[in-house]
Design a protein around this ligand. Sequence first.
Ligand code: NAD
Length: 179
Amino acid sequence: MNKVRGILIGRMQPVHKGHMQVINKILEEVDEIIIGIGSAQLSYELKNPFTAGERVIMLKKAFVESNIDPSRYYIIPMEDINYNAIWPSHVKMMTPPFSVVYSGNSLVKQLFKENGFNVKNPPLYDRFHLSGTEVRKRMIENSNWEELVPNATIKVINEINGIERLKNLSIKEISDLNK
Ligand code: NAD
């Protein structure tokens, strides 16, 4: 029997507990999951501080931490393209074949639905706190960001001096406003 493969595409800036909860939920429904690390070309920006490679390591280590069988997932960095209408074909070209698309993002859902895919809206877990925006905000404000992310993310952020990077970006981007 063919394997049922699902895809979840997210910027994962950074990987947080909401991503891991939804991934575990999806793995109850499919044989294999493809994680597209979205906007792979972006990094060193306030909204996108971490490189695609750094996000791959966070996710890979979080999978190991969650004891998820490595034969059940693929992690693929995915650059944005300028043409929304053909983005689903671009994603298809870059990934193993998949039949189900999981997303909470309305543009992603619309584009894949119109291309004939089975699109599912996975549950959101504590979205008020479990969002990349909240994690990045807490990192800059020195409040407890660690409780929102898997240990794997904490380790990688510490290894790459991620907090310092984000704080520098916030100073730089605020100073850019005065130019
Ligand atoms: P994200 O990291 O914010 O979220 C990704 C997914 O994770 C969500 O859809 C949701 O299903 C899940 N998630 C997040 N928080 C959760 C929580 N608390 N509980 C449960 N699930 C949670 O990423 P995003 O911004 O939605 O990523 C979409 C990507 O697709 C972006 O990189 C975007 O640029 C890309 N995209 C590109 C094009 C193009 O290139 N033309 C077009 C559309 C989208």
